[in-house]
Write a protein that binds this ligand. Structure first.
Ligand code: GDP
Length: 197
């Protein structure tokens, strides 16, 4: 897929204030620093569409970007900040749950996982929540350029092994690097195939 046009549409705190649309949307989420903004910029070929590394304490926003006038990328606020209060964590949880339950045009969530790390509890727990809510998702293992392909695959296997206990079917996954652009074609092809369904 060629991205001819990518434009910022809106930032909202509530899913019911987000664009009223029947166009499909694809949401990106993961632990803070996982490389979400870099991935969105890499996919769209824009250097500053998504802002990199917003810090805790800032308003947590749902950002919509319209791509080729046909589908949306949604940049969701990340989780896992070490120094975030219980209250902020709870307001993040409510906002995200409300988003997942109130966007009938949500085609798929890309759950980003740092490929350099062994399985993180916070990621596994978030993934369980997606399963409980019945939200369609795929995993994207990010920052693959940071280590050997063998190390990436070993970490992916470890992650999948932790899921085997609770999941009958393991989730689909892709690998990405915003530096080498690994995964760009696969992610865009995946989106194109879902758009055509
Ligand atoms: P976010 O908080 O999830 O939006 O993460 P960012 O996109 O801001 O990335 C966090 C840090 O990781 C930044 O310093 C990025 O330059 C770096 N980074 C993100 N993706 C990659 C990647 O694929 N490869 C490498 N080497 N660094 C990355």
């Amino acid at each position: 897929m060629i991205i001819k046009d990518a434009k910022f549409i809106s930032s909202n705190t509530r899913a019911d204030q987000c664009p009223q649309t029947e166009l499909p949307e694809y949401a990106f989420i993961g632990r803070s620093n996982v490389g979400k903004s870099s991935l969105i910029n890499m996919l769209t070929g824009r250097t500053k569409l998504a802002k990199t590394s917003s810090f805790p304490g800032k308003t947590q926003l749902i950002n919509h970007f319209l791509i080729n006038d046909k589908w949306y990328i949604v940049d969701l606020p990340g989780y896992g900040w070490a120094k975030v209060s219980k209250t902020s964590r709870e307001s993040w949880r409510k906002m995200i749950h409300f988003y997942f339950q109130n966007r009938p045009n949500l085609a798929c969530v890309f759950l980003l996982i740092d490929s350099r790390l062994p399985p993180q509890k916070v990621d596994v727990e978030f993934l369980e929540q997606l399963g409980i809510m019945g939200v369609p998702f795929v995993l994207v293992f990010t920052k693959t350029d940071k280590q050997s392909a063998a190390k990436t695959d070993a970490n992916i296997s470890l992650f999948m092994n932790t899921l085997k206990e609770n999941w009958e079917e393991l989730p689909h996954y892709l690998k990405s690097s915003s530096s080498s652009k690994e995964g760009r074609d696969e992610i865009l092809q995946f989106i194109e195939s879902v758009n055509q369904q």
